[in-house]
Design a protein around this ligand. Structure first.
Ligand code: SF4
Ligand code: SF4
Length: 467
C-alpha cells in the first residue's frame, strides 16, 4: 500500500476514534493493576501489568475494597517492596476478571471447512442469541472489567446487527476485534468495510490458512480468492487488518509464502494458531493428519522469528503454542514482559457459545452458566475447577518446569482430547514428550505415530535473540 494512503488511513482512524467513547484505561488488581496503552490516538493497543507504585504514579490510587495492602503493611515505604517472587505469587492467582472474552455470535457459516473447531453449519445452532442478549452480555463484561472481546463464529460478519453491537461495545469501553473468513457476498463485505472505516474495530483478522492451493489443503475447498479479496478490501479502509492462520503439518513448510503474501497485502499482523481437536477438527483422522509434528513444533519459534524480521511483520502465537516457545528456554522475565502466557482459560480468557453458554475457552465444553452471569459464576468456589486444580498442583514434568507459572501445562484442550484427563500435561509439549520417552511411557492412544518419532529430546537451546 502506498505510504501516503496508509498515513491518510491512520490519520482518519485516529479522528474517528476520537469521536467514540474511550476504551477502559485501567483495572485494579491485587498486584497493582492492568493499564491499557494506545488505542484512542490510533496507536496499537497493549495491556500492561503494573505494580502499586506505577499505578499510583499514573493516578490510580483508590483501589476498591482494600484490594491493596496499606502502605504501613507494606513497610511504610513509598515502594511496595514486592520482590519478583511476591509478584509471581500474586500473578499466580486468578485475575479479578478476564482480560478478553471470545464471543461466538453465531454458529452459522456455510463454508463447511473440514477442521472447523465449532462445527459450524449453514443453519447455525439452535437457540442462538440475538442483539439484545449480546448487548446484555457486554454490559456484564464491562461491569466485570473486561477490556476486549474477540468476535467470531460461525461467520459473525453475516449478522445484520453486528454494527449496533460494535457501537454498544464501544459505549461500554470494550474494544471489539473480529475474525472473519471473507467467504461472503459483496454486500456483506461492503457493510463490514463501512464499520472498519468508522474505526469501530480494534483489529480485524481474515482467516487465511495458506496461499493459493495451500488454502484448500487445510480447508478442503478453494476459498483463497474470496478471502484475499476481503483482505484487500478491508485493508483499503483500515490499517488494523491482519491474517489469522491455523498451522498444520502440511502447510507449516510453506509458512514463508504466507509471510511474503502478508507483506505484499500490507497486513499489520499475522496470528498463528495451533490446530485444535475440537468441533470437526476432533475427528480422529482429521486431527491426526492436521496436527504439526514434534519436529515442526520445535522449529516453530526460530522460523517465525526469522520471517518476522525479514518481512518486518508483527506476529502473535496463540496461547497453545507456549510450550513450543518455552522449549527454546527464553528468559522467563522476557516472556512475562512480552505477555507470552500459556493456558489462559477461565482466567485471562473466557468464551461464550452462540447460545450464550459460558466456557473457559472456545475449545472447551460449556459450563452450566451463561456469559451474562459471568461474575456470579466466577465467584462460585467450583468455577473452572479443573483449570485451577492444574495450576495449583501440576504433575511432572510441569511441576518442575521453570515455565510452569507462565505456561500452565500447555493446551488443556489437546491434553483432554488425547488423554481424556484434564490433569495431564500437554502431550505435544517437547519437554513432556522427552519426559515420557525417558520414563518409557507409551504415547497416548490417539497420537499418530509421527508424535513418537525420534528427535523428541529436550535439547538445551537458547536463542540469542531471547536470551
Ligand atoms: S485450552 Fe488453554 S492453551 Fe488451549 S486454546 Fe484454550 S486457553 Fe489456549
Ligand atoms: S512441561 Fe508443562 S509447563 Fe513446561 S513447557 Fe511443557 S506443558 Fe508447559
Amino acid at each position: 500500500m502506498p505510504l501516503l494512503r496508509d498515513l491518510y488511513l491512520r490519520f482518519s482512524r485516529a479522528r474517528q476514534r476520537r469521536s467514540l467513547p474511550p476504551p477502559r484505561r485501567f483495572r485494579y488488581e491485587r498486584f497493582g493493576g492492568i493499564a491499557q496503552l494506545g488505542g484512542r490516538l490510533g496507536m496499537p493497543q497493549a495491556l500492561v501489568f503494573i505494580d502499586h507504585d506505577r499505578a499510583r504514579a499514573l493516578g490510580y490510587d483508590h483501589p476498591p475494597n482494600d484490594l491493596w495492602p496499606t502502605r504501613e503493611a507494606e513497610g511504610g515505604t513509598a515502594n511496595d517492596g514486592h520482590d519478583a517472587a511476591t509478584i509471581d505469587a500474586l500473578l499466580a492467582e486468578p485475575l479479578s476478571a478476564p482480560l478478553e472474552a471470545h464471543l461466538q455470535l453465531t454458529n452459522r457459516c456455510a463454508a463447511g471447512c473440514q477442521g472447523c473447531y465449532t462445527g459450524a453449519t449453514a443453519e447455525g445452532s439452535p437457540g442462538e442469541w440475538g442483539l439484545a442478549d449480546w448487548c446484555r452480555a457486554l454490559d456484564e463484561l464491562a461491569a466485570a472489567g473486561v477490556f476486549h472481546v474477540a468476535l467470531g463464529g460461525g461467520e459473525s460478519a453475516l449478522l445484520p446487527w453486528l454494527g449496533e453491537l460494535l457501537q454498544h461495545a464501544r459505549t461500554r469501553g470494550i474494544v471489539p476485534n473480529l475474525t472473519t473468513s471473507g467467504l461472503y457476498e459483496d454486500a456483506v463485505l461492503d457493510r463490514l468495510c463501512g464499520w472498519a472505516r468508522a474505526g469501530l474495530f480494534g483489529q480485524i483478522n481474515v482467516s487465511i490458512d495458506g496461499v493459493g492451493p495451500d488454502y484448500a489443503r487445510v480447508r478442503g475447498f478453494d476459498g483463497f480468492g474470496k478471502a484475499d479479496r476481503a483482505l484487500v478490501a478491508l485493508r483499503r479502509h483500515s490499517p488494523d487488518v491482519g491474517i489469522n492462520c491455523v498451522l498444520t503439518r502440511a502447510t507449516f513448510p510453506t509458512v514463508a509464502t504466507l509471510f511474503a503474501y502478508a507483506r505484499r497485502r500490507s497486513a499489520n499482523e499475522i496470528e498463528l494458531l495451533r490446530f485444535k481437536p475440537a468441533g470437526r477438527g476432533a475427528r480422529r483422522e482429521v486431527y491426526a493428519e492436521s496436527r504439526m509434528s514434534d519436529e515442526q513444533h520445535r522449529e516453530l519459534l526460530p522460523t517465525v522469528l526469522a520471517l518476522s524480521r525479514r518481512h518486518r511483520l508483527r506476529v502473535r502465537l496463540d496461547c497453545s503454542f507456549t510450550p513450543m516457545v518455552a522449549y527454546h528456554q527464553p528468559a522467563p522475565q522476557l516472556m512475562q514482559f512480552l505477555c507470552i502466557y500459556g493456558c489462559a482459560a477461565g482466567d485471562l480468557l473466557v468464551a461464550a457459545r452462540s447460545s450464550g453458554a459460558l466456557s473457559a475457552c472456545s475449545f472447551f465444553p460449556s459450563t452450566p452458566a451463561r456469559i451474562d452471569a459471568l461474575r456470579s459464576y466466577r465467584d462460585s468456589p467450583d468455577s473452572f475447577a479443573s483449570f485451577r486444580r492444574y495450576r495449583a498442583a501440576p504433575p511432572e514434568p510441569c511441576r518442575s518446569c521453570e515455565y510452569q507459572s507462565l505456561c500452565r501445562g500447555g493446551c488443556r484442550a489437546v491434553a483432554v482430547h488425547l488423554h481424556h484427563d484434564p490433569q495431564t500435561p500437554d502431550p505435544e509439549c517437547p519437554r513432556v514428550l522427552a519426559y515420557r520417552a525417558q520414563a518409557g511411557a507409551s504415547p497416548p492412544t490417539d497420537v499418530p505415530a509421527a508424535a513418537a518419532e525420534p528427535g523428541t529430546e529436550h535439547a538445551k537451546k537458547r536463542l540469542p535473540v531471547l536470551a
